[in-house]
Every structure is written in C-alpha cells, then in structure tokens.
Design a protein around this ligand. Structure first.
Ligand SMILES: [Zn+2]
Length: 591
C-alpha cells in the first residue's frame, strides 16, 4: 500500500508582500494607527495561520520568484516528498515563466494530490486534473448545501452560509463537471468537487471567494478534511474551548513616573489574593508580560526591576521586591507564565532632544507618554534602529532568566512601538523572531526561524484558542485599582480552559512528518528551544484517516515510541494520540 508523505506544498502567485519571504502580514481589525501596512491578500495569511495552528507541515512555493519543476515535489530518491499540493495561484499576476504541465506529472505519475481554491483554476492543466471546466464567474447569496455523505463534508452543518457578514453575495465560479463529482452545491452550481485519479491522487476543487472563504468555520473544517482525504490521513490539533489570558507591565517604570499611569506596584499579598487564588480555583494560567529592567533615574542606568522599595515623587510607596515575590509564587504554583515585555518599556535614548527625560519635572517631559515606549520612538517620531532593538530583546530574555530562571518564548512590545518601527530592517516582528521568540503577543502571531506572522486570526474557534485581556484593563494597573473585576474573565467565559502560551508555542513549532518508513509511521519532533514545554509535559494530537485509507488498512494497532497504546482501532474515527513527555523525536507506528 502506498502511504503518501504527510506534507503540503502551498503554491501561491504574488500574494506574499515580503520579497525576502519571511514576514507574513495579516489584514487586521486593529485600529489604523496600530496597523499601517498595506496588504495584498488575505488568503495567503489565512492558509499560513491554519497550517501552523493545526500543525500540518507545509512548504511555500511562490511562483513570482520560483521556477516550479518536479523537484519541488520529489526527493533525491525519486519518491514524492509532498502528499498534497494546495493551489492558490492567480495566474494573471506577474510570475516567473512556468511549465504548468509539471502538475500533470506530479499528480498522474507520482500520485500527489491536488486541492485548488476558488477562482484559481484558470490554467487548463488544473481543470483537466480536477475534472471540471471553468464556465464563468458567479455571484450568489445562496447557502452551500451538501448531503454530508462524502468524507470531506461529513459532520459539517447540512447547509451553511457561504458569505460573511461584510458581503451580501459570494463571489464564486461556475464550473461544468468533466470527470469530477460534486459534493456541495450553491443552488444548481457545484462548489466542491472531488475526483480520484488512477495514480491514487485525489483532486479537489473548493469554490468560493478567495478573499473571504476562510472566514467561515465550516469552510476551514472542510478544507482540513479535504487535505485529510487527499493525503489519506492527518495528525493535527484543534483548540475547542481553549484560551489564554494576558496581563502587562509588572516591573515597569511607568507607574512611579508617568502622571496618567501612576499607581503602586502590586504587593505579594495583593498578587496572592487577587490573582493566584482565583487562578488556582479555576485551574487557569495567566500569561504576564514582565519588564525585567528598571530605569534608575538617579544612577542613569538600567538595573534589574524589583530591586528597590521607595516612595516615588508622587508620594506613593512602591515595594518592587514584594511584587517579585508574588510573581515567583504564582510561577511556582503553575498559574503564572512569565513572558517578555522587552527590557525597560522606555526609550533607549533618555538624554537627547526633546529631553532629557533624566531629571525632568513630573509635569514636563516625565509626563510625555512617548518616553515610555521601547520599540518605536514615539516621542521623536522615529524608528528604533535594529541593533538597539535586538539588544533590548535579547537582554530582556537574559534578565528574565536572571530574575525568574526561565527563558521567555513570547514577546510583547511596550506600548504601540511597531507602528513606528515599520521599515524592513527595523521591523519589530522580524527582529523578535531573530531574538528567538516563538510568539508575538497581543496583535501578533507565530514567530520562528521560517516565518514571522504579523497578526493572527480565528481566535476563539477550533482553529485557535480564545485570546482574552485580563480584566479590567489588561494591565497590573487594573488589578491595583479594581481587583474585583478580574473575576469577570471566568464569568464571561465559563467553558474556557485557560492554557499557557508556552504550550501553544510548543505545538505550533512541532516538526511533524509521516509516510512509509518500514511501515506506516508518523514522526513528531520537539526541538529543545520552542518546544521546551514538552520536556516535562505530555502532548496530545488528533489522528484521522480518510475513509478510503481506513478501509484499506482495516483495524490497526498503534504504538507510540515503541509502546502499544491503541489496539483494534478503526481509523474512520478520530483518535487522540498521547505522546509522553520528552524532547526530540517521537514515533507513532500504525500496523
Ligand atoms: Zn506595557
């Protein structure tokens, strides 16, 4: 039996607006001032977010820069390295010269499956492989109807909206079947078609509007099931009823110096009563973006935060060592996760024009919020140069290690920095990925050696955990002033299980592969940096086989790292595969 490799090749045209192939921009609902880039397309970022969040391994092939040949899909041994091609190419875009007949070879000779999206089917070879013929564009507000009989639509709502709130009609395509079977229709028009080719390859077309098709949960699930049907199986994560919540700012220099943001730092007792106890009671984790460097005005240097007790110039007593004891207590109780909030939450240059900030009066430069921003020079309307920003990110990591004995994997910039640091060399997202972070909190997304994603999507769905700001105001200020309101997070989200970001980061950085290796084997590799959560924690993945492969395999025995964990299983049913704690490679064998 041929088991296809568990890897997707995502083929795109010119959607990726970073010519260096590292930054992925996500169209955002954030206010314009926090988000000033221009965006080319949303289909590309949606695909990246889904693949990362599910854990489905993929390559990106961008035809505006790459010359697609058969070597994109086969290895040096002449065997396929790709199980499924996802085709999202606008051929009217400016692309390198391509030989599209290579796709025929990949599908018909190597049995590599093909999924084409929406109107990206202009190419005759694509239509031939899919078994459909393009007729015309289509505009309809009808729902998508299906019988739910086919594996790809099984379990989905019988009829679901094809348009989202912002559109009155869905842009799609009218096709004629020429070998394919329709499994979902919009009125009389086929909108999802399937075909099994002699080579064993599956060919699927999913219609809809490329700009917005993935805004619907049903379409995302349909797409994931189409990948499973095409490859034959999938090992993936979903995130139903999971969430993470976040709080910023302990350790910062704003509260003793900035007039409109002035309050006493939390004491150990307050942290215990207001945060640790309720978190314990709800078995929840709170991600805290901590500032490890404190600007000492008198000595004109940065010192580790939480060193001193003093009465500030407003007359407020600040007990930072007590704050530190509280944070460590929550961390040791397993309810706090320490995340990086940079180094100081302040400008690197506190001395030049229009300063100095050093020694300034409380109601003069001290009261200017721009001084309390670290990764964009909001006070001077300038960017922070790359080397300075990177030093602050890396030093912030070291200082958190010094204070808490942990290496932070997520990052949050102090204030609205990146709207300023936006040129490519100084781009905050690019630099945080270089500094080794795995996730950009608040407005951000995945960071890794391969990509930095600016923005994220699908929060609070099965495709991404819910993301909540700890009430009342996402800051320690709120807990200092209105502590009773923190409990709202549990009242408003009664079904959510609050997990840490480190766990999510470990999953989205897992290196998964699968195929035939002396038998049907899947491998899950956890690296020692991003996946460190799994050093001491088990992990769990969903295993699902398509009907045709489940039938061919019959009932199976599954062993994980050589230990039999499941016997006599029917892969038609989605199974949970538990992987024992430990870094490095784990194997899942299916016999
Ligand atoms: Zn902050």
């Amino acid at each position: 039996m041929k088991i296809k490799p568990y890897r997707v090749a995502l083929v795109i045209g010119d959607q990726w607006d970073d010519p260096a192939g590292f930054l992925v921009n996500v169209p955002s609902t954030l206010p314009e001032d926090q988000y000033s880039d221009s965006f080319v397309s949303s289909d590309f970022s949606s695909l990246i977010i889904m693949f990362k969040s599910w854990g489905i391994p993929f390559d990106i092939i961008r035809l505006d820069q790459e010359f697609m040949d058969i070597n994109r899909f086969i290895g040096p041994d002449g065997k396929p390295t790709i199980g499924c091609i996802v085709w999202d190419v606008d051929q009217t875009a400016k692309l390198q010269p391509q030989r599209y007949e290579v796709l025929r070879e990949a599908v018909n000779e190597y049995g590599i499956s093909l999924i084409a999206l929406a109107d990206r089917i202009g190419e005759p070879v694509i239509q031939e492989l899919l078994g459909i013929k393009y007729i015309d564009d289509l505009l309809s507000s009808d729902s998508l109807e299906h019988s739910g009989v086919h594996f790809i639509t099984k379990g989905l709502k019988g009829s679901f909206d094809y348009t989202d709130e912002s559109a009155t009609a869905c842009k799609s395509v009218e096709v004629e079947l020429s070998g394919a079977e329709s499994i979902a229709e919009q009125e009389k028009y086929p909108q999802v078609t399937v075909r099994r080719l002699e080579s064993g390859a599956g060919a699927v077309w999913i219609g809809g509007d490329i700009e917005r098709m993935f805004s619907r949960q049903e379409m995302r699930t349909l797409f994931r099931r189409a990948i499973t049907w095409c490859i034959g199986y999938s090992l993936f994560k979903t995130w139903e009823n999971k969430g993470w919540m976040m709080l910023d700012d302990p350790g910062g220099a704003q509260n003793p110096w900035l007039d409109h943001w002035h309050y006493p730092t939390l004491t150990e007792q307050q942290i215990d009563e207001r945060l640790i106890e309720p978190l314990k009671e709800h078995n929840a984790i709170l991600v805290i973006n901590v500032i490890p460097g404190f600007v000492n005005d008198e000595l004109r240097r940065v010192e580790p935060s939480f060193k001193r007790k003093f009465t500030d110039e407003f007359g407020t007593f600040q007990d930072y060592p007590s704050t530190l004891r509280g944070l460590i207590k929550g961390m040791e109780a397993g309810v706090f996760e320490i995340s990086s909030h940079g180094l100081t939450h302040m400008q690197p240059d506190l001395w030049s024009q229009p300063g100095p900030w050093y020694g300034a009066a409380l109601d003069k430069e001290r009261a200017e919020v721009g001084w309390y921003r670290e990764f964009g020079d909001v006070r001077r309307g300038k960017e922070i140069p790359a080397a300075e920003a990177l030093w602050r990110m890396k030093t912030g990591i070291k200082w958190l290690e010094y204070l808490f004995g942990i290496t932070p994997l997520s990052f949050s910039q102090g204030g609205e920095g990146p709207s300023i640091s936006i040129s490519y060399p100084n781009h905050t997202y690019r630099l945080t990925a270089l500094a080794g972070f795995g996730w950009y909190t608040w407005s951000g997304g995945y960071l890794g050696r391969d990509l930095a994603v600016r923005g994220w999507d699908f929060r609070g769905t099965m495709d991404c955990p819910l993301f909540a700001a700890a009430p009342p105001d996402a800051h320690d200020k709120g807990i200092a002033e209105h502590p009773e309101q923190f409990l709202r997070v549990f009242e408003e989200n009664p079904d959510v299980e609050w997990m840490g970001l480190r766990e999510y980061i470990a999953y989205i950085h897992a290196d998964i592969s699968g195929g035939w290796d002396n038998g049907f084997t899947l491998k899950v590799d956890y690296d020692s940096h991003y996946c460190r959560h799994f050093e001491k924690n088990n992990s769990e993945w969903n295993l699902l086989a398509a009907d045709w492969l489940a039938k061919a395999l019959g009932n199976v025995t599954i062993s994980v790292d050589g230990e039999t964990t499941v016997t006599d299983a029917d892969l038609n049913e989605q199974l949970k595969i538990k992987i024992p704690a430990g870094l490095g490679a784990h194997s899942i064998q299916i016999k």
